[in-house]
Design a protein around this ligand. Structure first.
Ligand code: SAM
Length: 292
């Protein structure tokens, strides 16, 4: 492993951000194993869980860095890095910082011009997306939805028109109620893929619709065990520009042009000038049709 130097040429340690398996023990990389057994300091979300993958070496110091202790540990870890020790940051499963602790430490390392380097590997979001059978060219990662029902419903309603595929982490025990809320906010016909217990004995990958998946999960309590990711197809709502074009044509047929343009601007969010251009058939609405 190479040591990083700061701008004043003092040798600092490197903060390694190390991904670990989601379930299958063989999914740890050789490099992850090497970093976790050679770095003088290992900052683990739960040291007992990381010990199942690698045994600490004698020269190492293992400390726990979880959502409660991260702030308190930052100074100590930054001091170790500034003194030249490498620190390996690891979470219980998958990639640290992805719905896991570590952001404050990584951010503080950047503040101190300390080298931060990934040891890449599994992450449930990417693993689920790769097997989802839904478009993967663009996607949005939401992480966990709010646990309280009203807040979750509000968030799902806000996501309903998201155009590309999106990904949420869901504790499997909540799948029934979350799919119920998705059905209300997104409609029962929206395509969705459930990826549960990935790389583990009872792995499930099922592409379906929200309505069908909800019925299936409710009928089989085993599907509400373990850990799950839902990958949701983006909305098929036409782009604002296409919608405005269609509306302009309809309004033009029923109203005088000035009235049609005024109404179109009011309902579409276009400026009066853009609406007028569409009604006149001179499409200058190049920003996609929104005022923003
Ligand atoms: N940092 C992790 C990553 O990179 O995926 C995520 C940690 S987050 C605290 C835990 C959530 O990840 C679970 O609730 C579940 O949504 C998802 N997850 C983790 N392991 C999984 C698995 N084997 N199968 C399906 N989802 C999993």
């Amino acid at each position: 492993m190479t040591k990083a130097s700061d701008q004043s040429s003092q040798a600092y340690g490197t903060l390694w951000v190390v991904a670990t398996p989601l379930g299958h023990r063989d999914d740890i990389s050789d490099r992850a194993r090497e970093v976790l057994t050679t770095a003088p300091v290992v900052a683990a979300e739960d040291t007992r869980i990381t010990r199942r993958l690698v045994e600490p070496a004698r020269h190492q110091r293992w400390v726990s860095v979880n959502e409660h202790s991260e702030s308190d540990r930052i100074n100590e870890l930054i001091d170790a890095l500034r003194a030249g020790d490498d620190v390996a940051l690891v979470s219980d499963a998958g990639t640290p910082l992805i719905s896991d602790p570590g952001f404050r430490l990584v951010s503080a390392a950047h503040d101190h011009q300390i080298r931060v380097s990934p040891v890449p590997g599994p992450s449930a979001a990417i693993a689920a997306l790769s097997v989802s059978g839904l478009p993967c060219d663009r996607f949005f990662f939401e992480g966990f939805l709010p646990p309280k029902r009203q807040a979750r419903q509000r968030r799902l309603t806000a996501l309903a028109d998201h155009p590309s595929t999106w990904i949420v982490y869901v504790p499997a025990r909540d799948l029934g109620v979350v799919l119920e809320d998705m059905s209300t906010a997104l409609g029962a016909e929206r395509p969705i893929t459930l990826a549960r217990e990935l790389t583990k004995q009872f792995e499930t990958v099922r592409r379906s619709t929200i309505g069908e998946l909800k019925a299936w999960v409710l009928a089989d309590p085993d599907q509400r065990l373990g850990e799950a990711v839902c990958v949701i197809h983006g909305s098929n709502v036409p782009s604002p520009k296409i919608a405005a074009n269609v509306l302009a044509r309809a309004l033009k047929e029923a109203l005088p042009p000035s009235k049609a343009a005024r109404l179109l601007a009011n309902v579409s969010g276009l400026t009066r000038q853009q609406a007028w251009a569409l009604v006149e058939g001179n499409d200058s609405c190049e920003d996609g049709g929104s005022r923003a």
